[in-house]
Ligand binder design. Structure first.
Ligand code: ADP
Length: 257
């Protein structure tokens, strides 16, 4: 059972949410949205009430990764609130469900859109709101973290040395905001072929992160064709294959949130 961590201090729509988990990365394309969506469905599979907020206004992935029947957010005109759409019991909000295409906006406008989508939504009682953060550690990310007190952050990266530098930025941002980073996910760490394991991006930068920043948990996700196919099909991998390798791996760090 989730504990209420910030009830009373927040915009009305957020007061009924017990835990907010940010899934973050410094760069795009490392698998942040894949991890966020599969983490959310893993938590729901454990019996939690869950919502996903896709805060990536420039490139919303949620409408591709999850296929709710109703692909548009509804408004409650009297209360001037947003009613999330839903897929398999998870409440979903994304700019991509707002009936507009990819956004061309300046930073302050993006912050305004994120703030409005997040705080005027009727989330209802949730144990977890998983936020798919926009990539990076700039103003938009900071503003978002200030609108909603985060319970925990999960940082997604790939195993290169270069990615280590990015993770360091993410860790620094969250530590400034006093948000615990509960896990680093090294995505696309290896693949198996012809009975051998290959490490296309090298090895070792993840354990450096753990040592240097004291983040106690490092998780690896392999490159899996099914994971990218499920991302395109609208049915998350952990829903399509709840006993599979990805579901097992994600449930281990889901327990930390
Ligand atoms: P980000 O949110 O960081 O931009 P995405 O989650 O959208 O990244 O992933 C980028 C692309 O890589 C997507 O097409 C996704 O399906 C694919 N992908 C992510 N992780 C894996 C993986 N472990 N194995 C195979 N494909 C993956």
């Amino acid at each position: 059972p989730a504990r209420p961590v910030f009830a009373g201090q927040l915009p009305a729509g957020l007061q009924t949410i017990s835990n907010v988990v940010a899934v973050s990365s410094c760069k795009g394309g490392v698998g942040k949205s894949t991890v966020a969506v599969n983490l959310a469905y893993t938590l729901a599979g454990m019996g939690a009430r869950v919502g996903i907020f896709d805060a990536d206004v420039y490139g919303p992935s949620l409408p591709t990764m999850v296929s709710p029947e109703n692909r548009l957010l509804e408004m409650n005109p009297e209360k001037r609130t947003i009613i999330p759409t839903e897929y398999m019991g998870i409440k979903l909000v994304s700019f991509g469900f707002a009936g507009q295409g990819r956004a061309i906006m300046r930073g302050p406008m993006v912050s305004g859109v994120i703030d409005q989508l997040l705080t005027t939504t009727e989330w209802g009682e949730l144990d977890y709101l998983v936020i798919d953060m926009p990539p990076g550690t700039g103003d938009i990310q900071l503003t978002l973290c200030q609108v909603v007190p985060l319970t925990a952050a999960v940082i997604v990266t790939t195993p290169q040395k270069l990615a280590f530098i990015d993770v360091a930025k993410g860790v620094r941002m969250f530590s400034k905001l006093k948000v615990p980073c509960v896990a680093v996910v090294e995505n696309m760490c290896h693949f198996d072929a012809d009975g051998k394991r290959y490490y296309p991006f090298g090895r070792g930068s993840g354990s450096q992160v753990v040592q240097e920043f004291g983040i106690p948990h490092l998780f690896e996700l392999p490159i899996r064709p099914t994971l990218s196919a499920s991302g395109d099909s609208g049915v998350p991998e952990v829903v399509a294959d709840p006993q599979g390798e990805v579901a097992k791996s994600i449930s281990r760090f889901g327990c930390l949130c």
